[in-house]
Design a protein around this ligand. Structure first.
Ligand code: NAD
Length: 253
């Protein structure tokens, strides 16, 4: 049983101040992980490490566009120089897009697919071989209820297609590497209180979003990162190829 004492997680999309990636990076640092934070935007490290002992020593950041193979390679080399071997990759970075199908240009379609799906593919493919070599690893990728539901809140065809693609890729990868000690899973949140849906969900927009959620409130980033922490942890070695709903009852079954 190879789960190491020194753990490194790569978290993409960790720069967003109110986002899931930032909250996850903080949670993992608090739990003693080393974290490699990747984002298109510069990551404010002082903000992530604040009040966490030694966290500054365990956090490394890289600016990268995950949709570009050369960026992914450069970030990976940076982390391999600065952090212990990578145990987990959490693919959080993504973009939303509410453009209706009939108005979706080819450029727009390709950008959403390129970031959400190809970016997840590139990050995952870069790190899985090392995990296989060490006999242990964890991949968790962010899907969305939109993969199944047809979207409707702040997403449409391109976003739904990219997220359904992530689930399909995760299942195929999970089976392909199942015997190596590396697991691959997806999680599918409904509406989490972040800024991805065209900025903060203010009082005016709140009723529209909560009306779609049986529990009657938005999800919180810490509820998502708690699930991810479990899935990349030592007790989740028998979970692979799964997609976990975390959606306040928005979609059941
Ligand atoms: P967010 O917008 O707060 O954060 C996304 C981060 O990804 C940003 O920091 C952004 O800079 C980064 N990013 C975007 N494109 C990138 C690229 N090409 N390369 C590197 N980084 C890039 O979003 P969030 O709400 O925290 O969402 C995180 C993930 O969860 C996304 O994949 C999203 O689709 C998914 N998700 C979110 C919700 C929700 O309600 N918030 C629901 C379902 C799924």
């Amino acid at each position: 049983y190879n789960y190491p004492i020194e753990r490194t997680a790569i978290v993409t999309g960790a720069a967003s101040a109110r986002g899931i990636g930032r909250d996850l990076a903080r949670r993992l640092l608090k739990a003693g992980w080393h974290v490699g934070a990747v984002d298109l935007d510069a990551t404010d490290t002082s903000d992530i490490t604040i009040d966490i002992d030694d966290a500054a020593l365990r956090l490394s950041t890289a600016r990268a566009d995950i949709s570009k193979e050369e960026d992914v390679e450069e970030a990976a080399r940076h982390f391999e120089r600065n952090l212990p071997p990578v145990l987990a990759v959490v693919n959080v970075a993504g973009i939303s897009d509410p453009t209706p199908f009939l108005q979706t240009s080819l450029d727009r379609w390709e950008r959403v697919l390129r970031v959400n799906l190809t970016g997840t593919f590139l990050m995952t493919r870069r790190f899985v071989p090392g995990m296989i070599e060490r006999g242990v690893g964890r991949i968790v990728s962010l899907s969305s209820t939109a993969a199944q539901s047809g979207g409707g809140t702040y997403s449409a065809a391109a976003y739904g297609a990219s997220k359904a693609g992530i689930e399909g890729m995760t299942r195929a990868l999970a089976i392909e590497i199942a015997s190596t000690g590396v697991t691959a899973n997806a999680i599918a949140p409904a509406i989490i209180d972040t800024d991805i849906m065209g900025g903060r969900i203010d009082e005016e927009r709140l009723p529209y979003f909560t009306s779609r959620l049986p529990v009657g409130r938005l999800g919180r980033v810490d509820e998502v990162s708690a699930l991810i922490e479990f899935l990349i942890g030592p007790d989740a070695g028998y979970i692979t190829g799964a997609t976990y709903n975390i959606n306040g009852g928005a979609r059941i079954g």
